[in-house]
Design a protein around this ligand. Structure first.
Ligand SMILES: [Zn+2]
Length: 283
């Protein structure tokens, strides 16, 4: 007759088994969650990968993220997202497929012989490798060495150098394949050419900067770059770095429009308009 007894619940042994299975699934899910790389504002802090081959990785050297490094970069993303323009830059980088920030000891660049040479001075790169489909922003030890340094020309507090570097790389990600910095309209607006006498002074200032970088004096290098641009170029461009080409100029202009309260009064209106329309997708 037992087979006619209504059974509201499963026998005790079955219940225990189900509970055990549910417990295991929950535990496994928690383990997977804890192994997921951390992320912030759509960007994952991931380990470096070797898509460019073992020689690249031997030079670049992947590193694990520390909690303090993740906090620093997350704070930088929050600061960039504090303005409409900054949010549009972040959205543009994400929609172009740049969704990871990787940590390497140093940058590495192809040398003439098909191998890779470590680039000791490189702070960050926006890495776009068509063959492997990888689009990422890579930060090096040089980035984190600058972490307590602030700019001295952008208002009372001055932006953190690390925040500017990250904003600069995000603008490169928006400008993928130089879609905005490679146009005639931008080149005409920014005008990187200059008289020979001024060019000689630029070369001398850059030589001084290389010596400061070699001595590890990153704050003084930044000061030299910014003061030259503000005094000698009358703030038309934000830094000597902007003179390294139209791609760099576009990234420096964008980063300073987001982080430097003085930039809008110093840049030419048509350059500000061009940048804003580019990032808004209305260019
Ligand atoms: Zn750059």
């Amino acid at each position: 007759m037992a087979r006619f007894v209504p059974r509201a619940t499963a026998p005790r042994g079955v219940v225990n088994t189900i509970a055990a299975v549910v417990g295991l699934v929950a535990l496994a899910a928690a383990q997977v969650a804890s192994q997921d790389p951390p992320s912030h504002r759509g960007f994952t802090f991931s380990a470096g990968t070797c898509e460019l081959g073992p020689q690249f990785c031997a030079s670049a050297t992947q590193k694990d993220w520390t909690a303090a490094e993740i906090a620093l970069v997350s704070g930088a993303l929050d600061e960039i997202a504090g303005t409409n323009l900054g949010r549009r830059i972040i959205d543009g980088a994400l929609s172009n497929g740049f969704r990871t920030i990787r940590r390497f000891a140093r940058a590495a660049r192809l040398d003439g012989g098909g191998g890779y040479q470590a680039e000791a001075a490189t702070v960050a790169t926006t890495h776009h490798d068509e063959a492997s489909g990888i689009r990422t922003i890579d930060l090096t030890d040089r980035f984190f060495e600058r972490q307590s340094l602030r700019d001295q020309f952008s208002g009372p507090a001055g932006y953190l150098l690390t925040t500017e570097v990250l904003a600069h790389e995000l603008v490169h990600a928006v400008d993928m394949d130089q879609r905005y910095s490679g146009t005639e309209l931008f080149r005409r607006g920014v005008r990187l050419g200059m008289p020979a006498t001024l060019q000689a002074d630029v070369d001398a200032a850059n030589a001084e900067r290389r010596a400061l970088v070699a001595a590890g004096r990153h704050g003084d290098d930044w000061y030299a770059s910014r003061s030259f641009a503000i005094v000698r170029l009358r703030g038309r461009l934000p830094s000597l770095h902007a003179l390294e080409g139209y791609r760099e100029a576009f990234a420096e202009i964008g980063a300073h429009l987001v982080l430097d309260a003085n930039a809008r009064a110093q840049f030419e209106p048509r350059v500000i308009q061009y940048f804003t329309q580019s990032v808004s997708g209305t260019q």
